[in-house]
Design a binder for this molecule. Structure first.
Ligand SMILES: C[S@@+](CC[C@H](N)C(=O)[O-])C[C@H]1O[C@@H](n2cnc3c(N)ncnc32)[C@H](O)[C@@H]1O
Length: 208
């Protein structure tokens, strides 16, 4: 289980990326009624989760560090008559964003980082979430056997990286939905085991 580099993602988006299921992840449909206000979709890929929340009337920004998935996301938005501010941007430069959000959603981004970049990403999140804003994060769980796919994340790792200032409200078992046509994959029946994590920025101290 190696940490994927930019080239891994570029290769994946030369075709249909293995995680690109063409619809929102069910875990986000399940929490949709708890999601409020403006939304940032971090590492949005081709934008299905962002577009889903735009269809529910949210003001949504989605970003990915690759131009190809953002191009595809913009085409989908135009086809569906939806408005999302799709941007090419690196998640490790979040403090460059001139806007703050009520909610950040992360479907499969957090688990791509090594320990150092994970901490940098979390620091950046603190700068773009409004006080009392929430992060909804879906990542691979250490309960998923094997090594195929991204790095597994434990409850303890989640609690540690969000320990200072953040309030981890819940860490619940969930599943990633995967492309049904990729039959050779060896994930658990029902989809790779995941955590769906709700974290509030309520206690964060912000630099003046
Ligand atoms: C597993 S995919 C998930 C995509 C999408 N959220 C979904 O649920 O289909 C991870 C995404 O994060 C993007 N990504 C990886 N590292 C990134 C970074 N440093 N900044 C922004 N996006 C990144 C990849 O290009 C890819 O689209």
């Amino acid at each position: 289980m190696t940490v994927p580099d930019r080239n891994t993602f570029e290769t994946a988006y030369a075709g249909q990326a293995p995680w690109d299921i063409g619809k929102p992840q069910k875990a986000f449909l399940d929490v949709a009624d708890r999601i409020t206000g403006s939304i940032l979709d971090a590492g949005c890929g081709t934008g299905e989760n962002a577009l889903f929340f735009a269809s529910r009337g949210h003001k949504v920004t989605g970003f990915d560090f690759l131009a190809e998935p953002i191009h595809r996301a913009k085409l989908k938005a135009a086809e569906r008559g939806l408005t999302v501010n799709f941007l090419v941007m690196d998640a490790l430069a979040l403090s460059d964003l001139p806007e703050v959000f009520d909610t950040v959603i992360d479907s499969g981004l957090f688990h791509v980082f090594d320990d150092k970049d994970r901490r940098r990403y979390v620091e950046g999140l603190a700068s773009i979430l409004k006080p009392g804003g929430r992060l909804f994060l879906l990542c691979f769980s250490d309960e998923e056997p094997g090594t195929e796919g991204p790095r597994r994340v434990s409850r303890q790792e989640l609690e540690e990286v969000f320990a200072v200032g953040w309030k981890v409200e819940s860490i619940e078992p969930s599943r990633f939905k995967v492309r049904p046509d990729l039959k050779q994959r060896t994930f658990s029946p029902g989809g790779p085991k995941a955590w769906v994590v709700t974290i509030s920025s309520e206690g964060l101290v912000r630099p003046q």
